[in-house]
Design a protein around this ligand. Structure first.
Ligand code: SF4
Length: 271
């Protein structure tokens, strides 16, 4: 996405949100004009949030992340292990931890989440992946009990530094289990805009399987009021997954308790 088009997208989005997440599946630090995109968010009056594996951190990108426009950086620590050997991972982890230390000194207002979204089905860090968590705990002087007994998805470490824990989820695909009930915040709290301007409900739809319109042709307001958008949004409000992609999505299982409440209250009303 060119900076010019990003400016258009940011202006369209600004009336609807206080924060733009600069990724939709991809790695935002790969963008050659990353710093300019962050400045455009600032010009437009919205915060930026960046989710990254941190492997491309360098002076210029770090300056953009610390510029005050970015309010939150999420480091996907579960992602860097898949990119190479343990030695490579240790190298990348060190860069991230140095950035964390710098940020806490220079911009303590910045929220930083260190994400371990690779818990197994029992909610534990798999033993082969434990070394990274232990390295983080040692370096940041985190109490061992926090990692040996994961009781909540987010733990504050100090200031605005958090550890996040989630079970691994699969991207929706043909072979995924299909269900028709569920809940998701898409189109109430978030939507995605692909590199070509196609608007989609969420950041899992990187292939544009649920195209709602294109900001090159229509305003975002018109797109979010379209019949397909409204049907999807109203479906979630009733605990129903309308789109085939949503029916195959395991990410929204996070909201199963909310979905169950909605469905139970519908049953009560219809009695
Ligand atoms: S249910 Fe899944 S695929 Fe559907 S909008 Fe939500 S996150 Fe996206």
């Amino acid at each position: 996405m060119t900076p010019e088009f990003f400016r258009h997208v940011a202006r369209e989005a600004a009336p609807f949100t206080e924060r733009i997440y600069t990724h939709l599946m991809g790695e935002p630090l790969l963008h050659p004009e990353f710093s300019e995109l962050i400045s455009i968010c600032g010009e437009t009056g919205v915060d930026a949030a960046v989710t990254t594996n941190g492997t491309l951190l360098d002076k210029e990108r770090e300056a953009a992340l610390l510029s005050g426009v970015v309010s939150q950086v999420n480091f996907s620590l579960h992602g860097i292990e898949e990119l190479g050997s343990q030695t490579d991972s240790e190298f990348h982890l060190e860069k991230i931890l140095r950035f964390v230390e710098t940020s806490m000194k220079e911009n303590p207002e910045l929220y930083i989440n260190l994400r371990f979204w690779n818990l197994d089905k029992d909610g534990m860090i798999p033993s082969a992946k434990r070394w990274m968590m232990e390295a983080v705990a040692q370096r940041l002087a985190i109490d061992e009990s926090i990692i040996s007994n994961i009781t909540q998805p987010s733990r504050k470490i100090r200031g605005r530094l958090y550890l996040n824990f989630e079970k691994r989820f699969d991207w929706p695909r043909e072979t995924s289990t299909v269900r028709t009930t569920g809940f998701c915040h898409a189109l109430s709290d978030q939507c995605g805009i692909l590199v070509d301007g196609t608007v989609v409900p969420c950041c899992l739809d990187n292939n544009g399987t649920m195209p709602l319109g294109n900001v090159k042709d229509q305003s975002l307001e018109t797109i979010l009021s379209s019949s397909r958008s409204v049907t999807i949004r109203n479906g979630f409000a009733k605990g129903e997954l309308v789109e085939d992609t949503c029916r195959r999505c395991s990410f929204c299982e996070k909201f199963n308790v909310k979905a169950a409440k909605i469905i139970a209250s519908k049953k009560k009303i219809s009695r």
